[in-house]
Design a protein around this ligand. Sequence first.
Ligand SMILES: [Zn+2]
Length: 240
Amino acid sequence: MILEQITMDDFTAGLDKTRTVIIPFGSVEEHGPHLPLGTDTIHVYEVCKEVSNLIPVFVAPPIFYGVCRSTRNHPGTVGISPASLRALTADLVSDLYRQGLRDFLIISGHASGLQLSCLTEVGEELLLKYTDIRVAVLSIVDLAMDGWQDVIVTRDDSHAGEVETSVMLHLRPQWVGEARPQEWPQFPKHLLVRDKLRYWPGGVWGDASQASKEKGVKLFDLSVNALVHLIQDLDGDSDR
Ligand SMILES: [Zn+2]
């Protein structure tokens, strides 16, 4: 049940089937010279929509903007502050709660540590505020990396490389450019750097030359299956 597609009556009927909602979070950020700025959001949202075709679950509209740190200076990256992300997430969960939802899967297509720490922080606060909810916070990478490792050949592939290029060749081939770059950033250890482009000029972390549409289909299906299982496990476990 995709919220923007259903009616008031569908929503009410849906609450009889499930009290679980997935809230997908993404980013508007550079993904190398070959992938669209909306890659993270498109990826996670398409996985969630497919899951809703398979099991009863609500899917909220995706939050396109995220907290971007290391890609911030690259052209096209448009982010929001951690404070905005925390406030928006708390508002959305609170209003979904008011509408009857009780289990919240907060899943981010943007696997940034800062983004995930903001979402986790809000999740912990919400657990204290509402005593009858459950909250899961995860990235799409956390969700399916174990299975993905059997499909991809690149080690340390995390941004616009083999995984994301493959998935976008499956989901939006018309939006994927010709370039297949290979790059790993060279950030100094521990030090936060102002000039991020100096250490990561191309904005790719991994090897896009290993990508293929066939791998994209497999990676996507692994994510869908992992999310279905996660929801079924939550549904079968009544511990709140
Ligand atoms: Zn990405």
